[in-house]
Design a protein around this ligand. Structure first.
Ligand code: CTP
Ligand code: ZN
Length: 154
């Protein structure tokens, strides 16, 4: 390994590396993916130098490939994140997250009186993107759920 390419967080054998997370959003990614309840091996680093982001964070989840909805969730709190899928220590696929226009079935509406919190109705939000800061406008009650209130709970 050449100098300057030294890994701050050890390489993983199989799994997913979520890279280029703005350092201030590390715990939001952990929360929105429910990583605190995972039993996979997870390593992370934060306040790492990044030429693009200033300070970035990285999360490495072993033996786990993120798909569909999970990737959409990452996009809500870290729209510039990059995913690297690792197999036998090699990066086999890279993917950028994409902020969806609408999103269903993730996170709770912040409004306790919302129909989605009181009846068997799945959440549905319109995604608002203000200079990369994402918030969710409820399709039913129109209240805004900001990043601080987004979590893996539904
Ligand atoms: N990685 C890892 N375990 C491996 C292989 C790679 O944790 N077995 C991590 C690297 O530390 C890096 C990311 O996966 O954070 C992407 O790896 P790679 O494409 O080799 O790095 P870069 O070329 O620096 O990628 P980028 O330009 O996307 O930052
Ligand atoms: Zn609502």
């Amino acid at each position: 390994m050449t100098k300057g390419k030294q890994l701050s967080v050890s390489a993983i054998r199989n799994g997913t590396v979520i890279d280029h997370i703005p350092a201030k959003n590390l715990f939001r990614v952990i929360s929105i993916l429910g990583l605190d309840k995972f039993d996979h091996q997870i390593t992370f680093g934060t306040n790492l130098d990044s030429t693009k982001l200033g300070q970035k964070a990285i999360i490495k989840v072993s033996e786990k490939t993120f798909v569909g909805d999970e990737i959409n969730r990452i996009a809500l709190v870290a729209p510039e994140a990059r995913l690297n899928f690792i197999k036998d220590y090699e990066v086999v696929e890279k993917s950028i997250v994409k902020v969806p226009l609408e999103i269903s079935g993730i996170t709770k509406c912040v409004n306790p009186k919302c129909i989605t919190n009181n009846e068997d109705v799945m959440t549905k939000f319109h995604v608002i993107n203000k200079n990369g800061e994402i918030s969710l406008k409820c399709h039913y009650c129109e209240k805004i759920t900001d990043q601080e209130h987004m979590s893996a709970e539904i």
